[in-house]
Write a protein that binds this ligand. Structure first.
Ligand SMILES: [Zn+2]
Length: 129
């Protein structure tokens, strides 16, 4: 597995500011999975413009609606083919009770509930509150 490069196509080099919404994927995720999930996120949440992409422990950068929905080259074959509503992709969103950072994870993620990426502590699942 080549680390980093395919994911770098998904992030916006101009989106360097602070972002409190994260897509946090298991280490085994492929760039195609990430592309599909980002497409799903931007497609279902109209208010979402930026989301930090983290795979395993690696923060690749910030994906932007501008880049991904505006016809970025290179990801078209990865995104969109199986969307919308591919059954593999069920996203659970977690909210930090302290700083309100939001983290999405796929339902099949075997890891424990996430820690807030800002270091506040464990997060709570938003939909079951
Ligand atoms: Zn926090």
């Amino acid at each position: 597995m080549v680390a980093g490069e395919p994911f770098r196509m998904l992030v916006d080099p101009l989106a360097t500011g602070h972002c409190d919404q994260w897509l946090d994927l298991p280490e085994t995720s492929r760039a195609g999975d990430a592309a599909a999930l980002l497409d799903l996120l931007f497609g279902t949440d109209d208010t979402l413009d930026l989301v930090v992409l983290r795979v395993g422990t690696v923060r690749h950068g910030t994906a932007s609606r501008r880049l991904l929905r505006g016809g970025a080259k290179g990801i078209d074959d990865a995104a969109g083919q199986t969307l919308p509503g591919h059954p593999r992709y069920e996203l659970i969103d977690w909210r930090c009770p302290v700083c309100q950072t939001l983290v999405w994870r796929i339902h099949a993620d075997p890891r424990r509930p996430p820690e807030c990426p800002e270091g506040c502590g464990p997060m709570g699942m938003r939909r079951t509150g």
